[in-house]
Design a binder for this molecule. Structure first.
Ligand code: GLA
Length: 384
């Protein structure tokens, strides 16, 4: 269907059609840019693009959801604050900077990853664009580089200094699995995400705080500051990944920097423990770690918000809910909940009613189904 729309808009056939998924993150928040550990999984909501080559230097884009066309030339690519084109042109810009040979192209973009929900709609689009251009111009980019180029696109055009988690999960995701990713070495383990008798349910606050990207970049700086304080005494500490609580106790004197760093150190430990619990089939043990993760994000890292806290507190003592926490960068978006099958609908209707009454906003929910990573919908489908 996207190919039909492509045809109508550009008057020619698309040669490559790609989808790339959004992601959830079971646990391991704000650890990726500290070279720590994360546990994301790709979900069956996707960024979707179709492309064809042109004979000139024009990049012609069409966004289905905005019903808007945008044209520029390869020589004139630049970021435009707040505009959807950044997720596409940022990737093209990175390819050019790395001397990949691309010419003008037509591209249509669509997607069903909810925007602003903390499900990485932006990474899904970036990775889809990167792989589509790779296929169109036969660039032979590795999977790792597709993730890294897409991450750099996010840094330079939308301007969020994100870690590698979202793009990595989008490219490498595998159905029925979470990825335990070491964000330093980029080695990863596929951990079966089979929660016998439970479902992963995402509850969307429908809040998107505008300070999110500013605060995100500020948290990154605070973590670097903590590392700098410790490095003055312990030379082989390169990131918070290498830090222990006793190092924090000794060398980090600033109370705000201390609590930010302490959260990250403890969150890394929780990722290892969560994987152990998952492998042992201990869902309540996993859930307990998720609640603790939320508490740290709320009180120490301070990236939660009233609506997210309300949703987590609303299910905290409910025996059918194993665990819940805010997910992603924070200040809005979704909570991730592990809820026992059978009674989910009852719980959702009570929660929705109360949330709407207290917050004056709608609560939306999604049952998270895992999915495979970036792939073509047409022709050869393996990303090597
Ligand atoms: C956003 C970023 C990720 C990660 C999370 C927090 O989703 O894009 O790189 O840092 O926030 O864990």
């Amino acid at each position: 269907m996207l190919k039909d729309q492509f045809n109508r808009i550009f008057g020619t056939n698309a040669s490559v059609e790609v989808v790339s998924p959004g992601r959830i993150n079971v646990i391991g928040e704000h650890t990726d840019y500290n070279e720590g550990f994360v546990l994301p999984a790709a979900i069956d909501k996707h960024g979707h693009v179709a492309v064809s080559k042109r004979n000139d230097d024009i990049i012609s884009l069409f966004a289905v959801e905005f019903n808007e066309k945008f044209e520029t030339s390869i020589q004139e690519i630049r970021p435009i604050e707040g505009k959807w084109t950044n997720y596409i042109l940022g990737v093209a810009d990175q390819l050019i900077k790395r001397n990949y040979k691309i010419g003008g192209f037509n591209l249509i973009v669509s997607g069903d990853v909810p925007v602003g929900a903390g499900l990485s709609s932006s990474a899904a689009i970036e990775c889809a664009v990167c792989y589509a251009l790779d296929q169109l111009f036969e660039l032979k980019i590795s999977k790792f580089d597709i993730a890294k180029i897409s991450q750099l696109a996010e840094h330079t055009f939308p301007g969020v200094q994100c870690g590698i988690m979202d793009q990595f999960a989008s490219v490498f995701g595998r159905k029925d699995h979470a990825l335990k990713l070491d964000c330093r070495s980029l080695q990863y383990e596929e951990v079966p995400l089979i929660l016998e008798g439970y479902h992963i349910v995402l509850l969307n606050t429908n809040v998107k705080h505008s300070l999110a990207s500013t605060a995100y970049n500020e948290r990154r700086q605070q973590c670097s500051e903590g590392v700098r304080m410790i490095r003055a005494h312990v030379r082989d500490v390169l990131s918070l990944r290498d830090v222990t609580v006793s190092m924090l106790d000794k060398f980090v004197t600033d109370p705000v920097i201390y609590k930010r760093c302490r959260f990250v150190v403890e969150e890394n430990e929780r990722v290892h423990k969560a994987v152990e619990q998952m492998k042992a089939g201990n869902i309540s043990g996993l859930g307990e770690l998720m609640f603790r993760s939320h508490d740290g994000l709320q009180k120490e890292y301070e990236v939660s918000c009233h609506e997210l806290d309300w949703l987590v507190d609303a299910v905290r003592d409910n025996p059918i809910v194993a665990g819940a926490r805010m997910m992603g960068g924070g200040f809005g978006g979704c909570t991730i909940n592990i809820i026992r099958e059978g009674k989910i609908d009852d719980l959702l209707s009570i929660l929705s009613e109360n949330y709407e009454r207290v917050m004056g906003k709608k609560l939306t929910h999604y049952l998270a189904e895992t999915a495979d990573g970036t792939h073509r919908l047409d022709g050869p489908s393996t990303l090597s």
